[in-house]
Design a protein around this ligand. Structure first.
Ligand code: CA
Length: 229
């Protein structure tokens, strides 16, 4: 696998299964992290921002379905491959409805799982190359500078596209006002960081359901902003 090692998060409560999967994927060149219950899995998925997630369906503390639903409702688009038992057909359908991308039924051949994980990574990489990005009800087409909210086209300025493009690249990380001035405005010594705040406020009006209590572009006290899409 070329380039940086892809990050895989395995959320699986059965220790032998988790260990076996970890060994296999580490051998294949992934950086692997594991979680043994749904709550820990959700936390790690949010904190560590893996490139792909293997999610067991039956988990203590929070089921795989709940984890999946919660991630998607927070706008996390990371590919999710569900691990299910053959007796859980109904849950498989539910899983796909909550936003899982694929599933394998236990017992599975590791080669099959590995191929499916790779396919998800390829698809995610293509989405990124295509310059399209989705979060919540928003869809962005960076290449053609078009945006939609809940399916309806909305107007964003070039600056707003640039801000969002930078946020997407740094999603989940704290971005300072100075950094935005330097990267988006190309003026590192521009004295008025207030400019940034004004633009963010306008952008929130366009992309947030409740601009006063934003969900996608949050303010990090004394630091800057964080994009959670
Ligand atoms: Ca389980």
């Amino acid at each position: 696998m070329a380039g940086k090692a892809p990050k895989l998060l395995i959320i699986e409560d059965e220790p032998d299964m988790a260990l076996g999967l970890r060994d296999n994927f580490e051998f294949e060149g992934y950086t692997v992290s594991t979680a043994s219950d749904g709550e820990q899995g959700l936390r790690k998925a949010l904190d560590e921002q893996p490139d792909v997630i293997l999610l067991d369906l039956m988990l203590p503390r929070k089921s795989g379905l709940e984890v999946c639903r919660e991630l998607r409702s927070r706008g996390v688009a990371t590919p999710i491959v569900m691990l299910t038992a053959r007796s859980q057909e109904a849950d498989i359908v539910a899983g796909l409805e909550t936003g899982a991308d694929d599933y394998v039924t236990k017992p599975f051949r590791i080669g099959e799982l590995s191929a499916r994980v790779k396919a998800q990574l390829r698809r995610a990489a293509q989405d990124e190359d295509a310059g399209e990005y989705e979060f919540g009800r928003m869809r962005l087409d960076f290449r053609h500078c078009r945006a939609w909210r809940g399916g309806a086209a909305i107007e964003l300025s070039m600056k707003e596209f640039e801000i969002l493009r930078y946020f997407v690249r740094r999603r989940g990380e704290v971005v300072t006002r100075d950094e935005l001035l330097e990267r988006v405005w190309d003026m590192p010594n521009y004295p008025l960081t207030r400019t940034v705040d004004n633009h963010i406020a306008k952008l929130r009006q366009k992309i947030e359901d409740e601009p006063a209590s934003p969900r996608w572009i949050v303010t990090v006290h004394r630091a800057g902003y964080k994009f959670l899409g």
